[in-house]
Design a protein around this ligand. Structure first.
Ligand SMILES: Cc1cc2nc3c(=O)[nH]c(=O)nc-3n(C[C@H](O)[C@H](O)[C@H](O)COP(=O)(O)O)c2cc1C
Length: 369
């Protein structure tokens, strides 16, 4: 199976399955000298770990990270950083009875079509659990970015048809992880919670939208043709299970606007050029403008729902009815928030290294003081 590696200069390779011994990531290309501890990574993993509320899967995993290599005396050495999280609460029996039947909306059919076999336990590598490796790598990217004044944050802006009101960066930072749906608009958070609970009670699931904002991104990162910053962000976010659409800036709404409404007009202050508005989401021609980078990922309802659904037994070819009993997130959205944050951090750190802003060999020592 190829396609487990992401990035160019800051390159990550993830491994592991939902019900195997564990999951993890190897980062190749993190410069030497970055202060890094397991606690730094754990703080990010704790935002994603399961079982934190009634509206996430009830699987109980501490998701304790072990850094196996690449860090010595509290700093990165420039060698590969390997991180491992061991699985502790895998219950595979619920999957044995559905191992030959393709779950509607899930990856089972594609895996069998391509490989002819799969680790069916907990969805194997197509499980949402794979994303913990991305969050661990994202924690390192975020730590490196923080030295350059770049912050990446994400929050839930919709669950089903319940929409959050606009939130400031300060509100996103203060409120997002204070509630189980990860919404910065606390008034909307309650309604979103009820929406997920209602779907769960109806043996159903619900989708939504995650918005990701990166502040402090310097003007001039990204490339003008295939490696446009917006193209790379879309690729990175679409790689998260369940993501069905990505928007940058005004996104789909731009299609209904006039140029006079969409264009961000420039102004100059003390020699610095900026824009009055940020409808482009901080990117023009594939290159950052210095305004916050803003993108959104639309996430479908969780495919595994506890209702009888029509399917086919892939062994016998006979039609069947599937009833899924395992532990699942009634909405993927709250747990996808830190994952989306991690993917955007990985893209930005990669472009900052490729663009010569971050030294690929060693961290600028003056930034560490
Ligand atoms: C954080 C996270 C948690 C997820 N939890 C579940 C889950 O509990 N049950 C499930 O069926 N799918 C879950 N998914 C979604 C599946 O991984 C995904 O729908 C599946 O791999 C098929 O991929 P696709 O939807 O991109 O086509 C989760 C995804 C993420 C990112």
């Amino acid at each position: 199976m190829t396609g487990n590696t992401f990035g160019t200069a800051f390159r990550i390779t993830t491994f592991g399955e939902s019900h195997g011994p564990g999951l993890g990531v190897v980062i190749d290309g993190c410069p030497a000298g970055l202060p890094l501890t397991e606690a730094d990574v754990q703080a990010e993993l704790d935002k994603r770990k399961p079982g934190q509320s009634e509206v996430t899967t009830q699987r109980k995993e501490a998701d304790r990270v072990e850094i196996l290599s690449g860090v010595f005396e509290g700093r990165t050495t420039g060698t590969p950083i390997a991180m491992l999280v061991r699985n502790a609460d895998a219950k595979s029996s619920a999957y044995e009875q559905i191992k030959d039947t393709a779950r509607p909306g899930h990856a089972d059919f594609g895996y069998i079509a391509k490989y002819g076999r799969r680790d069916y336990r907990g969805g194997g590598r197509s499980s949402g659990r794979e994303t913990l490796s991305r969050v661990a790598a994202g924690a390192v990217a975020k730590k490196l970015l923080s030295l350059y004044g770049v912050e990446v944050m994400a929050h839930t802006t919709a669950i089903g048809f319940v929409r959050a009101g606009p939130a400031t960066v300060e509100e996103i930072k203060a409120n997002t992880y204070s509630n189980p749906v990860r919404c910065a608009d606390l008034a909307a958070a309650g309604a979103m919670l009820r929406e997920i609970e209602e779907a769960k009670r109806a043996s159903d699931s619900v989708g939504g939208i995650v918005e990701i904002i990166a502040t402090g991104v310097p003007a001039g990162i990204g490339s003008p043709v295939f490696d446009k910053l917006d193209a790379c962000l879309a690729y990175s976010l679409m790689g998260i299970g369940g993501v069905k659409a990505v928007e940058i800036g005004e996104g789909l709404a731009a299609a209904g606007m006039r140029g006079s409404e969409m264009n961000d007009e420039f102004y100059s202050e003390g020699g610095a050029v900026s824009t009055k508005t940020n409808r482009s989401g901080g990117i023009l021609g594939g290159i950052s403008t210095g305004m916050p980078v803003v993108c959104r990922a639309a996430i479908k309802p969780t495919p595994s729902i506890a209702r009888p659904q029509h399917t086919v037994n892939l062994e016998t070819g006979e039609e069947a009815v599937i009833e899924i009993t395992g532990r699942h997130d009634p909405s993927i959205v709250p747990r996808a928030v830190p994952v989306a944050e991690a993917m955007v951090a990985l893209v930005i750190v990669d472009h900052m290294i490729c663009g010569g802003i971050i030294n690929p060999v060693r961290v600028d020592v003056s930034r560490n003081r």
